[in-house]
Write a protein that binds this ligand. Structure first.
Ligand code: PMP
Length: 461
């Protein structure tokens, strides 16, 4: 062993020890991390690949946390951040201050967003965006003299983040069950019940649909409905045709505000710039984050319609007491502007749409090749496949089998990073690579996943 490699080895061992001792990881089995250390320690990223501390290179098939849309190692984004830090390192928007970059980004987002979603409130991520949306909606009704309109309806299986309001809106039980109290006045409806939402009270599950809940609780108590256009963490659940339109109509019928959470689906992920565009629906508020900067820096926003902002301005004779120190951070806004320029110039939304075909081919191949691979799903570059013990009669794997995590571990052995979605007893493997992938990259992902499923089948079947 050369002195250099011995040194590297010693440093890596130290990193593992320090991680175990001093780093409390998000959404991680703590005991396992303390015992084994981190699953991966990444040090580099370029294009669609990341490299770990041992020099092993992986294809990142999930864009890290569905966010590195333009891929790693973009010089332009680093330059934009550096230049902005040297020009104006920080500027607050409190007390009616502003700065040039946040104004430019607000205008740019207005030009891109559907309908009259022309006004942005900035945050540092998805949870803060949803938290802000919930507070804006409740503030709106209070100022309108209807304070009893405070209930928020969300969907089961939804994920909206980890701040208290966002956690309470989340419909994946694991995120709520670990604490003793969540916020009151959040209700959860069955997802994607189009017939019920259209008013068919004889359709199964009517009482647990959004419409059924509104009727039971009384529309005069409902402030807003929040939903992801395509559910992500809850298993990549694509709504049936007509569902989002039905929810929009329902909200209009009762004067309820519709909030959509585009934290994953925004900025091209689904083959449209925003997910709601697939169904030509314009919500009253729309949360974005992740892909707005491709993960290079923290930024989120909640966008709202002109009508909503104008009404709020007329109603609020006092201040809207809500804002983060880092709302509209200049560096984050500069990186977002450059990132959006890359998405547009390189036509990455079109690429996501085209690559959906390749992804479908691959997912269908997996279903045809492996008995346990079922229910392929994809919209743009947001796709997945479900693992079932017996797809013919829908039998799921025993939770103790950890089917999806086991397959994902097999993928990692073969230099591919994918993500298991296992909440609520599911075993879905998510595929959501950076939007710069080509046909060959998709083929590599599918071939590696196929080998990994086979290795798992040989072990457990
Ligand atoms: N909403 C959705 C749909 C998400 O997928 C996420 C994160 N995965 C969030 C909100 C929370 O975003 P953040 O982690 O940036 O707070």
């Amino acid at each position: 062993m050369t002195t250099q490699t011995a040194k590297n080895k010693a440093m890596t061992e130290r990193l593992v020890e320090w991680d175990k001792k001093h780093y409390f990881h998000p959404t991680t089995p703590l005991k396992e991390q303390q015992a084994k250390g981190p699953a991966h320690i990444f040090t580099h990223g370029k294009g669609i690949h990341v490299t770990d501390v041992y020099g092993k290179e992986f294809l990142d098939g999930v864009s890290s946390l569905w966010n590195v849309n333009v891929g790693y190692g973009r010089q332009e984004l680093a330059d934009a951040a550096r230049e902005q830090m040297m020009t104006l390192a920080y500027g607050s928007s409190f007390f009616n201050n502003s700065h040039d970059v946040v104004i430019r980004l607000s205008q740019k987002l207005a030009s891109m967003a559907p309908g009259d979603l022309n006004v942005s409130f900035f945050t540092s991520g998805g949870s803060e965006s949803n938290e802000s949306a919930i507070k804006i909606v409740r503030h709106y009704w209070k100022m309108k003299g209807q304070p009893e309109r405070k209930k928020i309806i969300a969907l089961e299986r939804s994920y909206h983040g980890v701040t208290m309001g966002a956690t309470s809106a989340t419909g994946v039980p694991e995120f709520k069950n670990m604490i003793t109290a969540i916020a009151p006045d959040f209700l959860h409806a069955l997802p994607h019940q189009t017939e019920c939402e259209l008013g068919d009270s004889s359709a199964p599950g009517y009482e647990r649909s959004i419409r059924g809940i509104i009727e039971k609780e009384g529309p005069e108590t409902i402030a807003g409905v929040i939903l992801e256009p395509v559910q992500g963490v809850g298993g990549i659940q694509i709504p049936p045709e007509g569902y989002l339109q039905a929810v929009r109509q329902l909200c209009d019928e009762y004067g309820i505000l519709m909030m959509t959470d585009e934290v994953i689906t925004g900025f091209g992920r689904t083959g449209k710039m925003f997910g709601v565009e697939h169904w030509e629906v314009v919500p009253d508020l729309m949360s974005v984050a992740k892909g707005i900067t491709s993960g290079y820096i923290q930024l989120g926003a909640v966008m709202m319609t002109d009508r909503l902002r104008d009404e709020l301005a007329d109603l609020s004779d006092n201040v809207f007491f809500h804002g983060f120190t880092y709302s509209g951070h200049p560096t984050a806004c500069a990186v977002a502007l450059k990132n959006i320029e890359i998405i547009e110039n390189e036509r990455l939304v079109d690429n996501a749409k085209q690559m959906e075909q390749e992804l479908w081919k691959g997912l269908n191949y997996l279903q045809d090749t492996h008995k346990i691979a079922a229910k392929p799903r994809a919209i743009g570059l947001m796709g997945g496949i479900e693992l079932l013990a017996d797809p013919d009669n829908g039998t799921t794997f025993e939770p103790s089998t950890f089917a999806a995590p086991a397959v994902v571990e097999e993928c990692a052995k073969r230099n591919l990073i994918l993500r298991p979605l296992i909440f609520g007893g599911l075993n879905v493997i998510a595929i959501a690579p950076p939007l710069i992938v080509d046909k060959q990259d998709i083929e590599t992902i599918i071939a590696t996943l196929s080998d990994s499923i086979q290795a798992f089948e040989q072990r457990v079947m």
